[in-house]
Design a protein around this ligand. Structure first.
Ligand code: SAM
Length: 343
C-alpha cells in the first residue's frame, strides 16, 4: 500500500481530501483519502505504484496541499524508547539513497508539540543514515520522516520537480519592517509559490505598471513598489504615508468594482474582502478586456462547500485566462490566492 501524503492548513483536511480524490479520479487511480479533522494532513491510500502517483499528484497543481510526497511506509506503535531501529529497518529495506532527510510533524497544535522530537530524532537519523552510506547529494529523491504522533510515522520520498522545496511546504518569509501590513507576506508568498524563478524575473520587472484593488494600508502595494512597479492603489481607506513618498504610487478613493485604468496595466492585484464569485467575475472581466496581463487575487472562502466554491470561482476566471494557478498559502487563512494570465 502506498499513500499520497499531503500537508495542509489545519481545518482544511476535507478540501484537501476532495481535491486528491478528484485528481485520482481524473487519472483513473483507485484509492481513498483518509484524514482526521484539524490534523493538518491527508493521506490518499492506494495500491497504485509510485510512478503513477508521482505523475498524477504534483504539488504545483494542487490548491489545498502545501506539500505532496509519496509515502512508502506507515509505521504505528513505535516503541518510545527506540524509534530508530524500526524506522532504519524500513528505510534500509527500500534500498534507496536519499539526497536529504527532513523530519517533520504537521502544522497543527499536536504537531507543533512534536518539534523537539523532530529535531533530536532527525539528527540521530541523519547520523545513522550517513554511517550506513544512505545519504548521497546526487540521489534523485529526498526522504521525509513525518510524525503525526510520537508513536506513528510516515516514511515518504519526494523529488524536487513534484514537491515543495521547503520543509512542511512553508516558505519562511521575514516580515519587511517598512511594510505597512502583515498582508504583504501573502503577496510575497504568492509570487514565490505561484510563479517560477524565471517567471518572476520576466513578469515582475522595474518600470512595469500595476493596479491594486483594496490596497489600504498598502502591504500588497509595498511588494510592487519594492520591485519598482508603478502602482495605482484603489481604496477608500488611507495609504501608508512612507509608501506614498516613494513617488510611484497614485492613490484613488474609488470603488474597486468600477475602476478601470485608461491604459492597460501589466499587473492587477486584488485583496478586497468580498464574495469570491464577485471577485472572480471582476478578474475575468479585466483579463477578457485586455486591461491587465497578469492578475494575483485573493478569494475569501465561505464557511460551507469551500471546495465547490473554489472550483466554481476558478472556472469563472479560467474561461477568460490562458493559465490559472491557485494555492492556499501559509499566510492565507480562510482563503486562497490565485494567479491568472491573460490570453
Ligand atoms: N492588501 C491590503 C494590504 O496588504 O495592506 C489589505 C487589504 S484589506 C484585506 C481589504 C481592503 O479592501 C480594505 O482596505 C477595504 O477598504 C478594501 N475594499 C473593500 N471593498 C472595496 C471596494 N469595493 N473598493 C475598493 N476597496 C475596497
Amino acid at each position: 500500500m502506498n499513500a499520497v501524503l499531503c500537508y495542509c492548513r489545519a481545518g482544511f483536511e476535507n478540501e484537501c481530501a476532495l481535491e486528491l480524490d478528484a485528481v485520482a479520479a481524473s487519472h483513473s487511480i483507485k484509492g481513498q483519502s483518509r484524514f482526521d479533522a484539524n490534523t493538518a494532513f491527508v493521506a490518499f491510500e492506494t495500491s497504485s505504484d509510485e510512478r503513477a502517483l508521482r505523475d498524477a499528484f504534483v504539488w504545483r497543481d494542487l490548491i489545498f496541499a502545501r506539500q505532496c510526497v509519496i509515502a512508502f511506509a506507515h509505521l504505528r506503535d513505535l516503541p518510545r524508547a527506540d524509534r530508530l531501529t524500526p524506522i532504519l529497518a524500513s528505510i534500509e529495506s527500500r534500498g534507496e539513497l536519499f539526497n536529504d532527510v527532513w523530519t517533520e510533524a504537521p502544522d497543527s497544535d499536536e504537531g507543533k508539540a512534536l518539534a523537539p522530537l523532530c529535531k533530536s530524532f532527525g539528527n540521530a537519523l541523519i547520523g545513522a543514515l550517513r554511517q550506513r552510506g544512505r545519504i548521497d547529494a546526487n540521489a534523485p529523491r529526498r526522504l521525509h520522516v513525518f510524525f503525526p504522533k510520537g508513536d506513528t510515522v510516515f516514511l515518504a520520498a519526494s523529488d524536487d520537480s513534484t514537491s515543495a522545496p521547503w520543509p512542511l511546504g512553508i516558505p519562511r518569509l521575514k516580515f519587511p519592517r517598512e511594510a505597512p501590513s502583515r498582508s504583504t507576506l501573502k503577496l510575497e508568498e504568492a509570487f514565490l509559490v505561484l510563479l517560477s524563478a524565471a517567471e518572476r524575473e520576466r513578469w515582475l520587472k522595474p518600470g512595469m505598471s500595476a493596479v491594486d484593488l483594496g490596497a489600504s494600508p498598502g502591504g500588497w502595494t509595498w511588494q510592487l513598489v519594492h520591485r519598482s512597479i508603478r502602482t495605482t492603489a484603489i481604496d477608500n481607506g488611507p495609504m501608508d504615508r512612507a509608501l506614498m513618498q516613494s513617488g510611484i504610487v497614485t492613490h484613488l478613493r474609488e470603488d474597486g468594482f468600477r475602476y478601470r485604468p485608461r491604459k492597460a496595466v501589466d499587473w492587477l492585484v486584488c485583496d478586497m474582502v468580498e464574495q469570491p464569485k464577485r471577485i472572480a467575475a471582476l478578474i475575468a472581466g479585466w483579463l477578457r478586456d485586455g486591461a491587465c496581463r497578469y492578475a494575483m487575487f485573493n478569494l475569501k472562502l465561505p464557511m460551507k462547500k469551500r471546495y465547490d466554491e473554489t472550483r466554481a470561482c476558478l472556472d469563472i476566471v479560467r474561461a477568460a485566462a490562458l493559465d490559472v494557478r491557485a494555492r492556499q498559502l501559509f499566510h492565507d487563512r480562510e482563503e486562497i490566492t490565485a494567479f491568472a494570465r491573460a490570453r
